[in-house]
Design a protein around this ligand. Structure first.
Ligand SMILES: [Zn+2]
Ligand SMILES: [Zn+2]
Length: 359
């Protein structure tokens, strides 16, 4: 199969022929039809993720067709259209037994713990626990955005954040997960303040329902600006980027008894990030984390997508070939495209060889 692979952290990745994967007894191999390019892939490529071993194939937001099935899999067969949460759960640990597969104690994440979906094929573990059937009318590109960013935002806003109609919700960082959060919070009846430094990202946030758009580069103190716009602070605030500055701004922009949800990853040299805890005490703030969403929670979200209440398809602003993926991965930090970029591994660049036969 063709796949994007890197041998050393931060060195340019390249597209190469690699052996096709085969399924574990409890797993499947999926033919990848679309896979999202996420900031977490960039973190992995830069060496920020201790779970990665080299050489490595990134990619964790995918949708495709089941190609091969392990002998112990009962729910899936070749030809099924599927997606998968980026946290693949074991199905048998105490967290899984409690229904919290998103924090499974023996989780495997495609594109981190093993080779991922920037490839024509990807192997996925514990298929009966983790695969999600796609509605017939959902495009693969739309579905690819669900597995990490949209589902993560859904859980962060609805489940962990407990959003309520009429509340003020601040979203710091309007990349893929932030824009998803804006859309989901607005659809929940909340008034959303979108915060970013990119005019293009804020324009998309406005289109997805943000009531207020705050250019963080244009104000000395984004948290103070959020407090002013919301009449005293947001009820719920998300750091959807993941940086010491956005984390602090999110916490400091809350009103009394507000809820902060940390969604963006927070890599740092010493592994810890300063958080304004004094304010959390004085204002009785809740500080929450959010980590993907279990497969069993997808149907509720998919219903809202099918009825048009949520439009993850609008997040997909760019579709590229596998050959264009290494450069797009490298540009994630310095020149990220607004919205979600989706890679179609089976689409060839103009003039290249035709599609391989399906199935
Ligand atoms: Zn588990
Ligand atoms: Zn991701």
């Amino acid at each position: 199969m063709r796949a994007v692979v890197f041998e050393r952290y931060g060195d340019p990745a390249e597209v190469r022929e690699l052996p096709d994967p085969s399924p574990a007894p409890h797993g499947v191999v999926v033919r990848v039809e679309a896979t999202g390019l996420c900031r977490s892939d960039w973190h992995g490529w830069m060496g920020h993720d201790p779970d990665i071993t080299l050489p490595h194939v990134p990619g964790h937001e995918l949708a495709g067709v089941v190609e091969a099935v392990g002998g112990r899999v009962t729910r899936w067969r070749p030809g099924d259209r599927v997606t998968v949460p980026f946290v693949c759960a074991c199905g048998s640990c105490p967290s899984c037994a409690a229904g919290d597969q998103q924090v499974c104690e023996r989780q495997t994440q495609p594109g981190f713990h093993h080779w991922g979906s920037f490839a024509e094929y990807v192997a996925l573990d514990h298929a009966d626990v983790n695969l999600v059937a796609l509605p017939d009318d959902m495009a693969y590109g739309t579905a690819a955005a669900l597995g990490c960013r949209f589902a993560t935002a859904f859980r962060a806003v609805v489940q962990q954040g407990r959003v309520a109609a009429g509340e003020w919700v601040a979203v710091h960082g309007c990349g893929g997960v932030g824009l998803s959060a804006v859309m989901i919070a607005a659809a929940s009846g909340a008034r959303v303040v979108a915060v970013d430094v990119s005019p293009r990202a804020l324009e998309l946030a406005r289109r997805f329902g943000a009531a207020e758009c705050l250019d963080a580069a244009g104000v000395p103190d984004p948290a103070a600006a959020v407090r002013e716009l919301t009449g005293g602070g947001a009820h719920l605030s998300l750091d959807a980027l993941g940086s010491p500055a956005t984390c602090a701004a999110s916490v400091n922009g809350l009103r009394r008894r507000g809820r902060h949800v940390q969604v963006g990853l927070l890599p740092s040299a010493d592994g810890t990030t300063p958080v304004p805890l004094a304010r959390a005490i004085a204002l009785e703030l809740e500080l929450l984390g959010s980590h993907g969403m279990a497969a069993h929670a997808y149907p509720g979200m998919l219903r809202l997508v099918r009825t048009g209440v949520l439009r993850p398809d609008l997040l997909v602003t760019r579709t590229i070939t596998l050959d264009a993926a290494p450069a797009a991965l490298a540009a994630m930090d310095t020149a990220p495209a607004a919205g979600v970029t989706v890679i179609e591994p089976r689409r060839r660049r103009p003039g290249g060889p035709p599609f391989p036969a399906a199935g």
